[in-house]
Write a protein that binds this ligand. Structure first.
Ligand code: NAP
Length: 487
């Protein structure tokens, strides 16, 4: 396939000395450059407040970041760093600091003969967003001789009111078409493939409704704890950190109707409709948890309250399980169960579609021939792929039925999958908003979850290394016989 045309541009990373830039953005841009996906000149200007870096020391820092990401820090890489990377110390973010940033941007555009196409990637802490947006706008950096795009990381606000407020501020300077709200999950091949799987395989689409599906589970489980991120996580919790964005997005991709076309807004219209059709969440349909001391892979780990920086009696949830119901013709009566947590037994991201049992079994009089429901397991990470569970007759005289799995694994067929950020950066550079979250989706998700934030159910304790509090199992009681799939 011919590479997508990228126009010459300046890529400004605000927060260019942070963890996101180091771990994800710089490696992704370098990969794109190295594999020839940047079909035109791409110059990077990293900026942060502190004045401890200059062009030279930033290039050295970037080379180390690329090496740490496992990329060859060879001569080509050094040449790329020297040619394409620049650093600007923003200082205290007063109006004059943003004017100085503007002067630097214009000077670089002259130096590299760029036409004035600009990306502003806000890789900064959420609390710093308003000041940065206001500063860019007041300095006139929302307008340029070419196009201007602004990229905002999740979380977008911390509840409905703050998301609305941030949106109003952005809209003062940037239109929706200029705004790219990034949720890096959407850039993963396996997540994008959900749409292809559903809409290019009529055999599954014809089964994809309340007629054939009994329930759906979406799990995002991590064995990691909060590491050194207590300052960010404590008081935020799993509902805001995972459910409001990643999990709601997965829900929309599983449940959306067939879009009129594969254009960004046609897809986003259908995703937004799913969120608008979700019924208010019942208090009995929610379970919060918080991990206590336990074991991960045979190694003892402390509980959440013992992590450095966590408030002594914090009630922040590190686990959430939810039942959601979508009030539309396709899904009425089919519960969607969402579950996410830290310090769980395994790191996995998975969607499990449980099909209905046959209404009648013709094998009833055979003791070893119990018929079970089929299920489809879509694994998004790790070992991306699909497994379809169905029942076969075990060879022999007796009629014995056995569940077996038909399996597809991406890496076995396609080898290395590109990093999510590579796909998403290329989309930003080519102006494709399909995989970016539109404001109506963000607000609909907050509208659903803000009542839960206000309710703040007390978290049940669960031992690190388990699958969360036992109380989460009772959410599944309405679909008798189905448990959380813990692979
Ligand atoms: N780390 C990840 O893997 C990851 C993954 C997904 C999403 N995110 C999101 O990405 C954002 C950044 O996270 P991070 O982990 O990179 O944070 P971080 O390591 O704390 O880095 C923050 C960066 O922003 C700069 N900064 C802070 N306030 C600023 C401001 N007002 N204007 C300009 N620069 C400013 C910091 O440098 P100075 O202090 O010198 O200004 C630093 O370069 C957050 O929204 C986070 O949720 C991060």
């Amino acid at each position: 396939m011919a590479p997508r045309e990228v126009e010459p541009h300046l890529f400004v990373i605000m927060g260019g000395s942070g963890a996101l830039a180091r771990r994800k953005l710089l490696p992704a841009v370098w990969q794109l450059a190295a594999q020839g996906s940047l079909t035109a000149k791409s110059i990077i200007l990293a900026t942060a407040r502190r004045r401890h870096l200059d062009d030279e020391s930033y290039r050295q820092w970037a080379r180390e970041a690329l090496a740490a990401a496992g990329l060859p820090a060879d001569e080509t890489c050094t040449h790329w760093c020297d040619e394409c990377l620049h650093y600007h110390a923003l200082g205290e973010e007063g109006p004059e600091d943003f004017q100085a940033l503007r002067s630097r941007i214009e000077a670089l555009e002259r130096q590299h003969d760029l036409p004035g196409n600009r990306v502003f990637y806000l890789a900064i802490p959420p609390a710093s967003l308003p000041l940065a947006v206001e500063g860019l706008g007041a300095a006139g950096l929302h307008r340029a001789p070419g196009w201007t795009r602004i990229v905002v990381e999740k979380p977008f606000g911390h509840d409905l009111e703050s998301a609305n407020e941030l949106d109003r501020l952005l809209k003062r300077y940037f239109s929706e078409e200029q705004t790219y709200r990034i949720d890096h999950y959407l850039g993963k091949e396996a997540v994008q493939n959900l749409l292809v799987f559903r809409f290019a395989n009529p055999v599954f689409e014809s089964l994809w409704s309340r007629d054939r599906i009994a329930s759906v589970q979406i799990t995002v489980a991590e064995t990691a704890g909060i590491e050194d991120r207590a300052a960010f996580y404590d008081g935020v919790g799993a509902l805001r950190d995972m459910v409001q964005n990643h999990m709601m997005q997965l829900l929309t991709l599983v449940a959306m109707e067939i879009p009129a076309s594969f254009e960004a807004d046609a897809i986003r219209n259908e995703k937004a409709k799913v969120l608008q059709a979700v019924a208010p969440i019942r208090q009995q349909g929610v379970c919060f948890g918080q991990y206590v001391v336990g074991e991960i892979d045979g190694i003892g780990v402390p509980g959440y309250l013992d992590a450095a920086g966590v408030q002594p009696a914090s009630s922040t949830e590190t686990f959430v399980a939810l039942e959601l119901n979508i009030n539309n013709w396709r899904w009425q009566g089919v519960p969607f169960y969402l579950r996410t947590g830290k310090r769980l037994a395994k790191s996995t991201r998975q969607i499990v579609v449980n099909f209905r049992c046959p209404v009648l079994s013709v094998f009833d009089r055979y003791p070893d021939a119990a018929v079970s429901a089929n299920s489809l397991v879509i694994t998004l990470e790790p070992d991306e792929g699909f497994e379809l569970e169905f029942v076969v007759k075990a060879p022999g005289d007796m009629l014995t039925l056995q569940p077996q799995r038909l399996r597809f694994r991406y890496d076995e067929v396609f080898g290395r999958l590109p990093e999510a950020y590579e796909a998403l950066l290329l989309d930003i550079l080519t102006g494709d908003q399909t995989l970016f979250v539109r404001i109506d989706e963000v607000l609909a998700a907050w509208r659903l979850l803000t009542p839960l934030l206000e309710m703040r159910p007390r978290p049940y304790p669960y031992a690190a290394g388990t699958w969360g509090p036992r109380e989460a199992d009772s959410l599944l009681a309405p679909v008798g016989g189905v448990c959380w799939l813990n692979w």
